[in-house]
Design a protein around this ligand. Sequence first.
Ligand SMILES: C[S@@+](CC[C@H](N)C(=O)[O-])C[C@H]1O[C@@H](n2cnc3c(N)ncnc32)[C@H](O)[C@@H]1O
Length: 303
Amino acid sequence: MSKRLEEIGSAIEKLEQLKHDPTFTEKMYAIEANFEFLNAIKTVPRYINWLLTKASKLDSAKLLELTDFPVPEWDIKMHKRLIEIERRDRPGLVKPIVDAVVDEFAKAGKDMIVADLGAGGMEVDRQVAIRSAKSSFAHKLTIVAFDKSATTREIARENLADISAEVEIVETGILTQTELESLRKKAIKKVLIIMATNDIFDLSTSFPEKYFDIVYHSLFKHHLDKREQEKFEGVILNVSKIAFEFDGYRSFFPHLLIQSAMAWSSPVFLNGTVFSMLRYKNKNDFSQNVKFFNNTAHYLHLK
Ligand SMILES: C[S@@+](CC[C@H](N)C(=O)[O-])C[C@H]1O[C@@H](n2cnc3c(N)ncnc32)[C@H](O)[C@@H]1O
């Protein structure tokens, strides 16, 4: 059996265990949708049939990606592949958000504290950090990467290894304002990265109003349901001076087809790619201050 089919089989087995776990009773719609998807991607004709007959009928509000379930193996597979793609110059997937943060730092002409919410494998932060460290900007930048997952912490640590000579990196648990300020005082290098495990929904209680010069998040918002998205917006409005939102927009043709072909060899990543697309908003659901990147079907929203 091919490695790809083995991976699909193992994902189906894990999903079967989740199906019988009462914790996930309310997520049965998403579990069933994932079963159908995993069976469909066993062959190209079955997948095309699923795309044509099932995909657009799925209820995006009830859909969850495999990585929304607490299975570390799925997180590792998805994030490692995502980092690989985010690191490539072409298509420059996260370049818009990296450019926006670095440009804002350059313009500000002062020391800054920025925060990435739901930082994952931290490739966005890695690119912001290394570009700022190598720049001629005289000021200091502190990047706080908030992510509560122990699995992504390990992935991020590995991902940041190649910039550890140029950038100061500190790992902590739940970060307080006092600890953050003490770390900034002690920092020697121009760029300091702090990895923290705070739940992002609690940030308003740990940090003063408008504390962070920039808050940004990447490829994250579509994972939240409507109520969580509203809460998330409230937290961001509260703790940030300005905010950048980076995520995808819905585009079946040609983006979903191209992305499916690129992700085909990696079933968990393919699931994230396709189900994300089904959860994204349409281009015309956005109001102002949004820039679209049609090469990858992503947008940057300045808030
Ligand atoms: C899709 S990933 C982020 C991808 C990453 N920003 C990128 O651009 O590659 C979402 C991350 O948010 C984290 N996360 C989800 N809910 C969270 C919460 N309430 N507090 C902190 N982190 C959270 C997850 O652990 C996961 O690593």
